[in-house]
Design a protein around this ligand. Structure first.
Ligand SMILES: [Zn+2]
Ligand SMILES: [Zn+2]
Length: 441
């Protein structure tokens, strides 16, 4: 779908090492390589669900995307980057939630930064009223933006306390401590989480106990480390609050904050105080400019370039093709090639790339100065229409050639010539119908 730039611009693309824009994910149905944005959407769906308010979904999207960007190769030894379980992030890859698609699109490529690097980000279902510092859960991972703090939001509607009963014969087997008949909470962290336990077999590390019970009996039993424990004649009985490790973003609290009017930046600032959300380390983010029929996004304080040219192109594309789309086109203007490539994963020598209803423009001010912007916009708007109307699988040459034919472009001459051969043979109306039926055999 790219519209290649002239060779002189290719040089611009060589000076940055772009981070990977796709990652290999192990799913129940096998290994697949997916765009970061798709994985982020799947993590929001799997971890938070689609019922949360939009600002909570956006905060979760930024947190999930940051996790993906900061942890490539988490399963490198096994030959992929991420699994689809809570070990990494729980992924729901069904892709059927428009609210989540919207939240991911509105925060596209945005992550949390700390001192110029992607932040270390965690999230859990319910901190039980007090978040954990990263350092108390994982010694060595303490960060100033991951403190332990009271969470007045999730505790507004405290979840019912949970109880986990583990019979002594089971516990002594999974902990490899024969004769174990008594345990009690020992040291606790600043947030109240159990760090160690006392027992008739000596001290037990709470992290070790948590892992051992989770692996042997499932992660839904000992839901957090915010608990008390009582020893009866038959079993150790854990009574606790919250779910998950409790560090970073509390999903339940984020939902409460959004319900009370907080936007996603306020939510992120509460759970990751001091980390900067943005599409660059300087915290630049998208600014929306709406026009009659388009949404245009610019970066930081950059002035919009492709309005009204985008409006004209959209009108002209629909007129020339007699096609229409149910979506409202979105234009994203990237002021630098590294930002274009890092955010879209497309080659830096492409002038633009269109995905669905979104047209990504590589340095539009430059394209405008070269007098090429109107033509490129028209070509990309044709792609928006073609994608919106395509119901059958079609070869890339046909889509490119059709876009060039309809837009009167000359960048993809060979593809355009092939499509025009079809037009001479079948007529234009039939060629447009190939979008629904596929190409004739
Ligand atoms: Zn994993
Ligand atoms: Zn909470």
């Amino acid at each position: 779908m790219g519209n290649a730039l002239r060779p002189s611009l290719i040089l611009l693309a060589l000076s940055f090492a772009a981070p990977a824009q796709t990652a290999a994910v192990r799913t129940p149905s096998g290994l697949i390589r997916l765009p970061v944005e798709t994985i982020a959407a799947a993590a929001v769906a799997g971890e938070m669900g689609a019922a949360a308010p939009p600002e909570a979904l956006k905060a979760m999207a930024v947190a999930a995307r940051t996790y993906i960007r900061a942890n490539p190769g988490r399963h490198r030894k096994e030959g992929f980057d991420f699994c689809s379980t809570t070990h990494c992030q729980r992924l729901d890859l069904s892709g059927k939630y428009p609210q989540i698609t919207q939240a991911v699109a509105e925060t596209e490529a945005m992550i949390l930064w700390w001192k110029g690097a992607p932040a270390l980000v965690f999230h859990s279902a319910d901190c039980g009223g007090h978040t954990a510092s990263a350092g108390e859960i994982w010694p060595g991972l303490s960060r100033p933006y991951l403190p332990a703090r009271e969470d007045p939001w999730c505790s507004r509607s405290p979840a019912p306390a949970w109880t986990a009963r583990v019979e002594w014969p089971v516990l002594e087997r999974i902990l490899h401590l024969p004769g174990l008949r008594f345990v009690a909470a020992g040291r606790r962290s600043a947030s109240g989480r159990v760090l160690s336990l006392r027992s008739n077999r000596g001290p037990i590390d709470a992290g070790f106990l948590h892992l051992a019970v989770g692996r042997a009996l499932g992660w839904n039993l000992l839901r957090s480390r915010l608990y008390d424990v009582e020893s009866t004649a038959q079993a150790a009985v854990f009574r606790g609050r919250g779910a998950g490790h409790g560090a970073g973003l509390c999903q339940k609290g984020a939902v409460e904050m959004a319900k009370n009017g907080a936007d996603f930046r306020e939510i992120l600032d509460f759970y990751f105080p001091g980390a900067v959300p943005g599409i660059t380390p300087r915290g630049l983010s998208w600014r929306l400019h709406r026009s009659d029929s388009l949404d245009l996004f610019t970066v930081g304080a950059a002035p919009p370039v492709s309005l009204p040219a985008g409006e004209t192109a959209w009108r002209e594309a629909r007129r020339r093709s007699s096609l229409d789309a149910s979506c409202r086109p979105r234009l994203r203007e990237y002021p630098s090639v590294d930002l274009f490539r890092d955010s879209t994963g497309a080659r830096g020598d492409f002038a633009a790339v269109t995905r669905g209803c979104v047209v990504h423009l590589n340095q539009p001010a430059r394209l405008q100065a070269q007098g090429r912007l109107p033509r490129i916009l028209l070509h990309e708007m044709m792609h928006v229409l073609i994608e919106a109307n395509r119901r059958a699988p079609l070869p890339e040459w046909f889509e490119e050639g059709l876009a060039e034919h309809l837009a009167g472009g000359t960048t993809r001459r060979a593809e355009r010539a092939r499509v025009e051969q079809l037009v001479r043979r079948y007529g234009r109306a039939s060629v447009l119908r190939f979008l629904q039926t596929g190409l004739p055999q």
